[in-house]
Design a protein around this ligand. Structure first.
Ligand SMILES: C[S@@+](CC[C@H](N)C(=O)[O-])C[C@H]1O[C@@H](n2cnc3c(N)ncnc32)[C@H](O)[C@@H]1O
Length: 215
């Protein structure tokens, strides 16, 4: 097991509880997302965590493939889906770079609270570009840790940065801005359809972008 997987496994138990602080941002971004989903869609939820979003979207789409590198996150997600008798979400411990995924196989790819924690956001966007069908939709929400935030959240972020510096948190926590997210989308030539800076104690950038058909 690598350090990233190990870190997210240990975060899994209290993940939903700690995320309650940002409930407004989660709810708002999920509500925004719903209007872009169709009942014919095959969706990839990249870094699905404990599966809350996938479970909420399941009734609106054909199927969801929800992946996460943490087996413990996936265990919790599967339990959640079983309790709600959800059958069209396939939870799997996996990485988006796994070669088994076919190019242009998803109508929608979700990356919720992901881009600030991955090793290379550019490589991730390139991979998403490969996996999305032409005219497919990418939807993300990204905490923007260099933008407006409350004193308390700022204090927590500073603590996290210290822990990262001393190797106690073995994942990158990027201080990404909404403009940097836009640049990532421009780099793969996605067309932004909708974007919103959501703020409630912390800034998060919600964006919907389309992969254009090559002419
Ligand atoms: C901040 S959490 C976000 C979870 C969920 N999307 C949400 O919005 O609550 C990041 C998740 O990404 C997963 N993750 C990190 N790197 C990954 C990778 N390379 N492939 C798949 N999942 C990954 C972690 O295990 C963790 O569950």
């Amino acid at each position: 097991m690598n350090k990233t997987e190990d870190f997210w496994d240990s975060a899994s138990k209290n993940y939903d509880k700690t995320e309650e602080r940002f409930e407004y941002i989660h709810n708002k971004s999920r509500e925004n997302t719903k209007s872009f989903l169709k009942d014919s869609d095959t969706v990839l939820d990249y870094g699905c965590g404990t599966g809350t979003a996938s479970c909420q979207f399941s009734s609106q789409v054909k199927e969801i493939h929800a992946i996460d590198i943490s087996s413990k996150m996936i265990e919790i997600a599967k339990e959640k889906a079983a309790v709600s008798k959800i059958e069209n979400v396939r939870f799997e411990q996996s990485d988006i770079f796994d070669k088994k995924y076919s190019d242009e196989s998803y109508d929608v790819i979700l990356a919720f609270n992901m881009l600030h924690t991955v090793t290379s956001p550019r490589d991730v966007m390139q991979r998403i570009n490969e996996l999305l069908k032409p005219e497919g939709i990418f939807i993300s929400v990204t905490p923007c840790l260099r933008q407006k935030m409350s004193f308390l959240v700022n204090l927590q972020i500073q603590l996290v940065r210290v822990l990262c510096k001393f190797g106690l948190i073995p994942i990158p926590i990027r201080r990404i801005t909404s403009s940097e997210v836009d640049e990532l989308l421009e780099a793969v030539e996605f067309q932004t359809i909708e974007s919103e800076e959501i703020y409630k104690g912390a800034s998060s950038y919600f964006v919907v972008a389309k992969k254009l058909q090559k002419t």
